[in-house]
Design a protein around this ligand. Structure first.
Ligand code: AMP
Length: 398
């Protein structure tokens, strides 16, 4: 059982860093509550134990202190609904007398939401005194905000040291994220395939370099594949290409060869005469795309090629779509990859989808329930894949 699940929160005032950075419309209505729903199991476990909960979060990017638009008070009613109608108290400040009085008044089973942490610039600066003032509000610290785990902010990292090791821990959401990421990067069953797609090589170099140390196969799809094609002497028409990364692409291929990691590039592509939903399309070898045309999805042979590698893998990591999946004509490759991952997962493989647009794709195509884990933390998961130490994780674990 995990540390959080085993802990009895009865009688404790638990300060939880959540990620309630949800989108609001101009009437202050929440347009996507995914992040709030993700924190509910953690809150419910604590209140069910007979503990009280103090929630702290940021919302948006307020520049000049308290701003109506970024107030967390807009979330109170919806949070109460998500908690089955339980009352949620609100403090107009996250530190100082108002927050301290509200925290002191809390009874077992009650929930308090503090005002936006980023109304203080000390939050993002990781200011120690500010972290200490927050820490005073609770007796236990729980970090359940994986989305900000890559930031060394006061509430996500610095605060942890004001709690003894047995009174600081991850919440259920963060435990899920950390254990899935660790399983893939540090404990993977082989063969381990990493599927990397999306637009730019430059965004993914560090990830590919880190994965060269861990994976047996790396599939490269999406717009970034064409930089690799051109670097190897191919003709790519007007496909996406980062001219200043041609050497990097060749170096990555050389490193992979030296390490015995197989790099799989799409043998063919769905090509288009323009970057548009109503473009004329055809299929061509990815290294022989006619002038004036551009590759916008992996082709039928590449679909088979990639699906075969995925289906024989025991560990699968997916970051980035195989094509311009936002347009119907170019989403087939991404769907084929998602289907192959779902099939492998059903046959016992472990699959993690993380970071950005591949998460949007699995949600859009209805595959979220068919993979082992879908990460909620875009930037945080990317940094984890790059092999970086995330301050929010390190502070709790140290
Ligand atoms: P990223 O944020 O790096 O994962 O990139 C995701 C974006 O890459 C999506 O918006 C896709 O439409 C885009 N993309 C994928 N394949 C291609 C391609 N072949 N050409 C241009 N853009 C692409």
């Amino acid at each position: 059982m995990s540390k959080f699940s085993a802990y009895n929160f009865s009688g404790q005032k638990t300060l939880i860093r959540v990620d309630f950075n949800v989108p609001l419309n101009d009437k202050y209505e929440i347009t996507d509550d995914t992040r709030m729903r993700a924190a509910i199991p953690t809150i419910k476990k604590i209140t069910a134990d007979g503990g009280s909960v103090i929630l702290m979060s940021h919302l948006g990017r307020p520049k000049d202190g308290p701003t109506e638009k970024y107030s967390l008070k807009h979330l109170v009613n919806h949070l109460s609904k998500l908690l089955g109608g339980a009352a949620v108290a609100f403090a107009n400040d996250c530190i100082g007398k108002e927050a301290e009085d509200a925290a002191a008044k809390l009874q077992p089973g009650q929930v308090l939401l503090l005002e936006n942490l980023r109304f203080y610039k000390e939050e993002e600066k990781g200011n120690e005194q500010f972290a200490e003032k927050l820490a005073k509000l609770g007796t236990v610290y729980v970090n359940d905000a994986f989305g900000t785990a890559h930031r060394a902010h006061a509430s996500t990292a610095v605060i942890a040291k004001f709690f003894p090791a047995d009174k600081r821990m991850f919440g259920l959401l963060m435990e899920g994220e950390v254990s899935s990421a660790e399983k893939v990067l540090h404990n993977s069953q082989k063969p381990f395939v990493a599927i990397i797609g999306g637009a730019k090589v430059s965004d993914k170099i560090l990830i590919i370099e880190n994965l060269l140390e861990r994976a047996t196969d790396i599939i490269i799809g999406g717009g970034m594949a064409y930089t690799f094609m051109k670097a190897a002497g191919g003709k790519i028409g007007k496909s996406l290409c980062e001219e200043d990364r041609l050497d990097t692409a060749n170096e990555l291929i050389k490193k992979a060869e030296a390490k015995g990691v197989f790099i799989h590039l799409p043998s063919d592509s769905v090509i288009a005469d323009k970057f548009a939903a109503d473009a004329e399309t055809s299929v061509a070898p990815s290294n022989n795309i006619p002038d004036g045309w551009l590759g916008l999805d992996i082709g039928p042979n590449a679909c088979d090629q990639f699906a075969n590698v995925i289906k024989r893998s025991k560990t699968i990591l997916w970051n980035g779509p195989m094509g311009v999946f936002e347009m119907e004509k170019f989403q087939h490759g991404t769907k084929v990859v998602a289907t192959a991952i779902a099939e492998a997962t059903q046959n016992g493989s472990f699959s993690l989808v993380g970071g950005g647009d591949s998460v949007a794709a699995v949600n859009q195509f209805g595959f979220a329930e068919k993979v082992s884990y879908v990460s909620t933390g875009g930037g945080a998961m990317l940094e984890y894949f790059e092999g970086k130490v995330l301050p929010g994780i390190a502070a709790v674990q140290s």
